[in-house]
Design a protein around this ligand. Structure first.
Ligand code: TPP
Length: 510
């Protein structure tokens, strides 16, 4: 039986277990929209193509499945590409399917014709254009396998529109063709011995291990081995304020295994370690099993305490009663919403994002990550709520960051995704303002002010709930009411909190 190319794509995705297509429509991909009906693939229709990729990214991080984004050719594809960079740096398995000018018109000035695979390539593990309708299924299966194999990451496939309309004779690939062969990262003899003999060993995993499954695997390894195991996923590297005195821990270690963690800028290219520290780099993520007895000694507890370090005065810190709020107080309030075992924290933005990560913990945490690209919070929160419909989901983001994808509140309203967005509103692109203060001096700080915009009202105009917080006493009731109203009505809510313009936290022992 002949299948339409678009049906090969939609049915192939369904066979691979895809649960949602994150998409923005366009001429080239309308056959896939049509085919999605029969394949029973629900479409979450977004307001900007980058948001589709960000949603696929957060979906992938939380579920462990490949997140699939579908966008149109040319400019739609170009809009999606920037978001691939965030998924690449986060080692998140994403598939970007983009419509593409028909093969029969290539090189003749076809509508929205562009070198799409070439454009996506630097932000992907692999990117290519399907050349024949007959290989649509195998190309799709290969792309999905690649996204999840080895170091996970985004893969792009461009789909020429004439191939999507063509009739195809070949059978769909089998379900197993969409998944890589599982490889259990092994602990080889050399590494095992080095960790056994070390006084202060450490195992550091890369961003792929930053989801709840990865963190559980690291905890299990640490408990079995007595080797402290942590994950690094922050663009602030050794100064990641969610890991307290991390810099001290790295400098004190004598043997470090980088289990899939790159020795990149986040580790100061290795200068974060002491000069006599032995650094062993491995390809795999967290190791599976520890073959010997548990190491003894108090080093793991020392490391845990250092990573958990926060200034003692934070516990009692209070903002001025008339406001604006100190970000620590905002974090303390948000933490109360995230006590459930499946709660999700999304953190994004400049300084406020760092405060959020330093003051709030949750079983699932999705941050903008090593890419350091701001803007993904609202799409991340929407996808998190889709992946964990019963979980409380809170996104903390800066006011500058809010502007990137504010229209995704409309997507969340239409899709009934009840997250709470907490905007830390300091009327400023503060992270860059802080750079001006440090590097050029207050007299030369300019160009970074924003308005005291009522983002709660922006959200309300899209149909969400909105709450404004100017004084500390208003915070608790506003957060509680936002979460209650969101859950009851299955709509998102936005709490606009006027905050102090402070530099991100930096920790020292004294
Ligand atoms: C895509 C992207 N554009 C620009 C930047 C540079 N940048 C980093 S933080 C920041 C300011 C963010 O402002 P806001 O969201 O209000 O948070 P704040 O720093 O004020 O807390 C900017 C412009 C970036 N990291 N990513």
């Amino acid at each position: 039986m002949k299948l339409r190319g678009a049906d090969v794509v939609a049915q192939g995705l369904a066979r691979a277990g895809t649960r949602y297509l994150f998409s923005l429509s366009g001429n080239h991909v309308m056959p896939v929209f049509d085919a999605a009906l029969d394949a029973k693939l629900p479409i979450v229709h977004v307001r900007h193509e980058a948001a589709a990729v960000h949603m696929a990214d957060a979906w992938a991080r939380i579920t462990g499945e490949v997140g699939v984004a579908l966008v149109t050719g040319g400019p739609g594809h170009a809009n999606a590409v920037s978001a691939l960079y965030t998924a690449l740096a986060a080692e998140s398995p994403v598939l970007l399917l983009s419509g593409h000018a028909p093969t029969s018109e290539l090189g003749r000035g076809a509508f929205q014709e562009m070198a799409q695979a070439e454009m996506a390539a630097p932000a992907c593990k692999a990117a290519w254009t399907v050349r024949s309708a007959a290989t649509l299924g195998t190309d799709l299966a290969r792309a999905m396998r690649m996204a999840k194999s080895g170091r996970p990451g985004p893969v792009h496939l461009s789909l020429p529109s004439d191939l999507l309309d063509a009739g195809v004779d070949t059978a769909l690939p089998g379900r197993e063709d969409f998944f890589p062969q599982p490889v259990r990262p092994a602990m080889n003899e050399e590494i095992f011995e080095a960790l056994q003999k070390a006084k202060k060993p450490l195992l550091i995993a890369g961003p792929a291990a930053s989801n709840a499954r990865g963190r559980a695997a690291l905890r299990a390894f640490e408990e079995a081995s007595g080797v402290p195991a942590l994950v690094m996923e922050s663009p602030r590297g050794v100064n990641d304020p969610s890991q307290g005195l991390l810099a001290e821990v790295l400098a004190a270690a004598d043997v470090v295994v980088l289990a899939g963690k790159r020795r990149d800028f986040t580790l100061r290219f290795g200068a974060a370690f002491g000069k006599d520290c032995r650094v062993i780099e491995t390809e795999g993520g967290p190791p599976g099993a520890w073959a010997g007895p548990r190491r003894t000694g108090g080093w793991p507890e020392e490391v845990r305490a250092a990573l958990a370090f926060r200034p003692a005065q934070w516990a009692s810190l209070a903002s001025a009663p008339g406001g604006p709020l100190h970000p620590v107080e905002v974090g303390r309030g948000v933490q109360k919403l995230l006590t459930a075992p499946d709660a999700v924290l999304v953190a994004d933005g400049g300084e406020f994002g760092q405060w959020a990560q330093a003051t709030v913990t949750a079983p699932h945490r999705v941050i903008n990550g090593v890419a350091g690209a701001i803007g993904a919070a609202l799409p991340f929160a929407a996808a998190a709520k889709l992946a964990l419909p019963d979980a409380p989901v809170v996104a903390m983001l800066g006011d500058g960051t809010f502007g990137f994808h504010s229209a995704e509140i409309d997507t969340a309203v239409r899709a009934g995704l009840a997250y709470v967005a907490v905007v830390g509103n300091d009327c400023c692109w503060n992270a860059e303002y802080q750079i001006q203060l440090r590097s050029f001096g207050a007299a030369r700080a300019h160009g970074l002010d924003l308005l005291p915009t009522r983002y709660d009202r922006v959200a309300a105009a899209f149909g969400a709930h909105g709450e404004q917080v100017e004084r500390p006493a208003e915070l608790g009731p506003a957060l509680q009411s936002a979460m209650r109203r969101a859950v009851r009505s299955r709509l998102p809510a936005c709490v606009n909190v006027m905050i102090e313009r402070l530099p991100a936290p930096a920790f020292h022992r004294s």
